[in-house]
Ligand binder design. Sequence first.
Ligand code: 6GU
Length: 273
Amino acid sequence: MNHSQIEESIQYIKEKVNNVPETGLILGSGLGVLAEELTETTAIEYKDIPHFPVSTVEGHHGRLVFGKLEDVNVVVMQGRFHYYEGYSMEQVTFPVRVFQLLGINHLIVTNAAGGINEKFSAGDLMIITDHINNLGTNPLIGHNDKALGERFPDMSKAYDEQLIGIAKRCANQLNISIKEGVYIANSGPSYETPAEVRMLRLLGGDAVGMSTVPEVIVANHAKMNVLGISCISNMAAGILDQPLSHQEVMETTEKVKEDFIRLVREIIKNMPH
Ligand code: 6GU
């Protein structure tokens, strides 16, 4: 990834889209339906954007949708790239660089995650207050392009406090019960063992997933304000006496999507622009 590749992507996108947004959303497994709520849309397939990776996993679309949500211009990444798919960290976070050079300064990231905190249950929504990078790598490793951000970016407020406050108030207004907690990213694609889940709990994790952390690191490098929302699609291994399945993840997000959409709409309406 280099600056000129990002510029070529931007150039292609700007030829197709007139209203360039300030807010970007990255939608996780089963949550891509939110993109269908946009009006005045222009959709661009990832495969048509120069240098964009192409997504492979079932339940993940592969397109950018530009449009309006609650009268706010937004761009939605319908389907993301996961490290476990074999993409490099650069590929996983390339879209965030494209967002950066499009001028996006608010990023909402969403995902499906396993509940580690025993006070959680499947179907809960959790505002991410902080994260633990347990991927064993970092998307900023390598040459630092100073035009994109600093060598050693601060991560002490990786998730914007103002946006967390807005998200909590919106959930309360809508009577949607909301949890808060720390998201841990593991590489996957195997789910964790019960022993690993106990370890992650000792480390301070409330939910575990296979995404989001790379994008949030790059978004912080880019000085964006980030809001993260996890859909607790299942409890992590060893908490309930039942096996985990991607099927269950998809079924739960299907049930939660109505509240999820209502919440994100309200947040967009109440965000500073
Ligand atoms: Cl239990 N673990 C991980 N790593 N990712 C998940 C999950 C669990 N449930 C949904 N996504």
